[in-house]
Design a protein. Sequence first.
Length: 402
Amino acid sequence: MDAYIYDAVRPPRGRGRPDGGLHEVTAVRLSADIIDAIIERNGVKPDTIADVIWGNVTQIGEQGGCIARSAALLSSLPDSVAGLTINRFCASGLEAANLAANQINGGHGAGYVAGGVEMMSRVPMGSDGAALVVDPSLAMNSCFVPQGISADLIATLCGFGREDCDRFAAESQRRAARAWKERRFERSIQPVHDRIGMLLLDRDEMLRPETTAESLAALEPSFRDIGTSLPGFDKVALIKYPHLEKVDHVHHAGNSSGIVDGAAAVLIGSRDFGTANGLEPRAKFLATAKCGTDPTIMLTGTVPASRMALDQAGMSIEDIDLFEVNEAFASVPLHFMTELGATHERLNVNGGAIAMGHPLGATGAMLLGTALDELARSDRETALVTLCVAGGMGATAIIERT
């Protein structure tokens, strides 16, 4: 049975700080509101939804305790709709959608709401702890280094200099500003209001359209100190990559993804689900894939996961019209383009996480929605969405406009 995308909705991303536009909203409230938005605007019969599958990375405190079920209960969905929270780090939102699609493929339920949430201003990244970081035996065995070191390691291995990364970052800002100016996100954006109806946010808050490669050149590398001073993470990375003399530190706040609050929901169902709700599908899943990779370099999983998805779909890179590659760090999409031969003209055409931010558990679902809207806007057929993942993993989906 084929799985289709019927719609995608997200709120604007808010700065992941106490003065950010979404800071007063809890993760469960934002999730419930966006679930209600996608149900109401499509006129979906709530009892045709089998499950809510929700990605979230920092599952502690107000984001803990199966936030998918909590959000379903707070929403207008009936109590009969279950909830499943998943964590594949940065790809959690995409994996929620992929899991929903594969459940439908297997005949397990006709309709799903999938997506994710991360309120990084309220629940700080890493506050849940992680064995990979705090367990010395695991960290030593895997040659663990922080993600910024991994991003710099990719740049070193691939020969991406500081100018390459800054140029890519400035272009992300330019494209995101153009997309907002031309209202390319309008179809999917759901403004956020407080409980008395006052507008909190109706636009991605982190945009810096005045950014240039020249202005970025003035920023100091963010990961040089933790790489070169004790405990010496550069030395740990070079245990795995001894042919390198050193790690070149090229990433900083301006060419890395921003910390933001956000959520996203995708309505996924079978053809029968659409018929029951009077809906026409907007796209069909052609393939999904995930993989594990070296946990030291960590952020290269977009390439093998995408190759797996292309093989599954019987496609080549030339068959893909649009690419959404999460901009965790500038070296990640640069590496993807180098390895797979994807052109920048078709990749992240409306900017990415460097310009608009990366709300960990939600980003993958956001990218799926961005691809869906851009396929319709530009009258193209196929899109590949992929994210690198902490701990050395990758996840990909390929969709086709219907």
